[in-house]
Design a protein around this ligand. Structure first.
Ligand code: NDP
Length: 396
């Protein structure tokens, strides 16, 4: 009987709780803890079996450590915000508990996306015989595993990687983000960056675009180049990678609203004076925007996220391969009352945690998903709701 503590009860946390609750043979006992306990209780009330709930401020180690010690989980699944990553890793080290998250640490004061602060924990986790898996959502997460799978089974060398993230779903609202608005807007307004022949190249935010013809009836969509955190670990771990880029689709309505919000200063992350007190405009904006967990019933359409890889295959020939998943917003709603972006993040978090608990991904240290065996993860994607497809072409 293994125990899991899930921290964060937002859109993603609700999916993780649903999926863990349906795998009782691995997740014997579950606790869902977050800053607003009422949200945990609301999620728990909709689950197929009882789970415990608790209040915790994960920014405060004095709160985290007693909670972890009392419940004594085998793993902590962190699906709160990137700001909490280091606090939760510290608490896991103190309590002797394995750790998994879906987003790299970010300081609230600076929108920097880098694994350095978490990779600095490698030795401490190794010494204590504890496992930390970083970025086990979809992107990062499944995209990293797709690359490891391709290298293990299809390629001798991967030379080019384009990660393509398309949300072709429509919620009918003028402006809403499908995961935490503050984290989403910090990411999308940052400068673009990609790997090219051994160096990082920078671009102005959303200044590069291309059109890609997505499968599954989605069709041609304009994609914008962004920096995304998995590029940092993939260029280190997938040897021979000469170019690595990340692309995401956005609706015109999203981009137009974002531009206006930026122009009037509403996306600023520094504190400004407002009627005698300090406020952070982006945090104020977040409080006005729709909660991503509420978008499920509104969203129709599909997501397609995949890795387009080019390299030399096991027969020594140039080859191109697109490995991808297609997920339908309404099917996710029927299954776990959520939209597909929370679903595609929450399912891989459950799978990563399951593999650690089963011993298949239990390996002392701090790891990005491409450093672990892709086979059981790829098998579980098919089993637990995110089936994947592969399309091969000669490289052109
Ligand atoms: P939400 O804003 O919907 O939920 C975040 C949850 O964390 C809320 O329950 C919130 O509590 C809780 N929380 C925030 N601060 C604290 C704190 N100090 N202590 C305890 N709980 C806290 O976000 P999402 O569910 O959309 O996203 C969750 C995570 O998933 C984010 O880190 C995001 O970056 C990541 N993500 C990863 C993706 C991937 O593919 N790898 C894709 C999408 C998201 P409260 O209700 O009180 O605000």
């Amino acid at each position: 009987m293994k125990k899991a503590l899930i921290i964060g009860a937002g859109g993603v946390g609700a999916v993780v709780a649903h999926k863990c609750a349906r795998v009782p043979e691995v997740f014997g006992e579950i606790m869902l803890a977050s800053r607003t306990k009422a949200r945990c209780d609301a999620v728990a009330a909709r689950l197929p079996r009882p789970v415990r709930t608790a209040w915790v401020d994960a920014d405060d180690a004095r709160e985290l450590v007693p909670l972890i010690k009392n419940f004594a989980p085998d793993i902590v699944i962190n699906v709160a915000l990137p700001y909490q990553d280091l606090h939760i890793m510290d608490a896991c080290l103190e309590c002797g508990t394995d750790y998994l998250d879906t987003a790299n640490y970010e300081s609230p004061e600076e929108a920097v996306f880098a694994y350095g602060p978490q990779w600095a924990y490698r030795e401490r986790f190794r010494e204590k015989g504890l496992t930390a898996v970083l970025g086990s959502g979809f992107d990062p997460g499944v995209t990293n595993v797709f690359c490891a799978h391709a290298l293990k089974h299809h390629f001798d060398e991967i030379r080019e990687l384009d990660i393509l993230d398309c949300n072709a779903g429509d919620h009918g609202l003028p402006f809403a983000t499908n995961f935490n608005p503050e984290i989403n807007i910090r990411e999308v307004t940052a400068r673009g960056r990609f790997w090219d022949r051994g160096e990082w190249q920078e671009t102005d935010p959303l200044s590069w675009s291309m059109t890609f013809d997505f499968p599954g009836g989605i069709g041609k969509k304009k994609c914008y180049l962004l920096y995304h955190e998995e590029l940092e670990s993939l260029v280190q771990n997938i040897k021979g990678l000469k170019r690595a880029r990340f692309w995401m689709t956005f609706s015109d309505s999203y981009l137009n609203h974002l531009k206006v919000l930026e122009n009037i200063g509403m996306t600023r992350i520094d504190a400004v004076d407002f009627e005698g007190r300090k406020i952070v405009p982006l945090r104020f904006l977040k409080s006005l925007l729709p909660d991503p967990a509420s978008l499920g019933p509104l969203t129709r359409g599909k997501t397609c996220i995949g890795c387009l890889l080019k390299g030399i295959n096991k027969e020594g020939k140039e080859q191109r391969c697109f490995i991808y998943n297609i997920c339908d917003h309404q099917e996710c709603l029927r299954e776990v009352e959520s939209q597909a972006v929370s679903y595609t993040t929450g399912v891989p978090a459950m799978i990563g945690a399951k593999l650690v608990l089963e011993g298949l991904w239990k390996k002392p240290g701090v790891w990005n998903p491409e450093e672990l065996d892709p086979d059981p993860f790829m098998r579980d994607l098919n089993k637990y709701g995110l089936p994947w497809m592969e399309r091969f072409d000669p490289a052109g």
